[in-house]
Design a protein around this ligand. Sequence first.
Ligand code: SF4
Length: 271
Amino acid sequence: MINLKRNNKQELVDAKGIRKESSIYKPNQKENFKLSRSKFEDFLKCQRCFYLDRVKGLIRPGMPSWTLNETTDLLLKKEFDQCREDQVAHRLFSKNRLDHLVPFKHEQMDKWRDSLRHGLIARFEDTNIILSGGIDDIWQDTNTKELIVVDYKSQASSYEVKAESYLNSGWHEGYKNQMDFYNYLLNLMGFKTADTSYFLVVNANRAADGFHGVMEFSETLIPYHYDTSWIPEKVNEMIKCMNHDEVPKNHPSCENCAYSKQIFNLVKNKS
Ligand code: SF4
């Protein structure tokens, strides 16, 4: 995808490809350094890209915002916020025999949902690394008072959404990491979380006979038994990686790297 850099006035500007010194990690630095859930996911996918971004300051090409997905999130948030205000079960809870749940009411909820400026925040062990992650929603079990992490997911598939195939799909590995990470952060912050988290999947109906100005969605709650046990080891590996002088190896399955390599070979052979 071709991505041209524009300023706030939407004018084209030079793309520098490198970030400000202040947001770059210096190996073995003592000052606090914030790492978001998405950077942790980058580390899990490709240590080289993570390192080039966090330690060398390279800026990866941006992505256009996914406004349709954002809109389903926004509308779901409005519905759940109404139930949060009234402390009543959402209509989907009764359908799924979860009448004992309510959306969790907390003064920090808006901050926790703000992944860019805040999110859930906790220090990792006794290090200078501050972990963060912006959640979609948190519900609460009114019997046990435990918190339940919820992630809204939008998609368009011709297949019915089923828990087993959804959770076993290779495309959704990152979703499960995400859920594990949010539970881990909440636990670090001192909250007790229930064993089961939920993906609320809204699936656009591609078999409809036309658009007619409306897109129909099915709504499915997918229970997920999260696991946080693997996270500390991986975060320690991530810190070790950042404290190294050597740039890690690239991922052999990455199409971006393969593309850059081919461009480099073509240009080199011509010169
Ligand atoms: S393989 Fe290359 S482009 Fe792909 S994620 Fe890693 S460093 Fe980035």
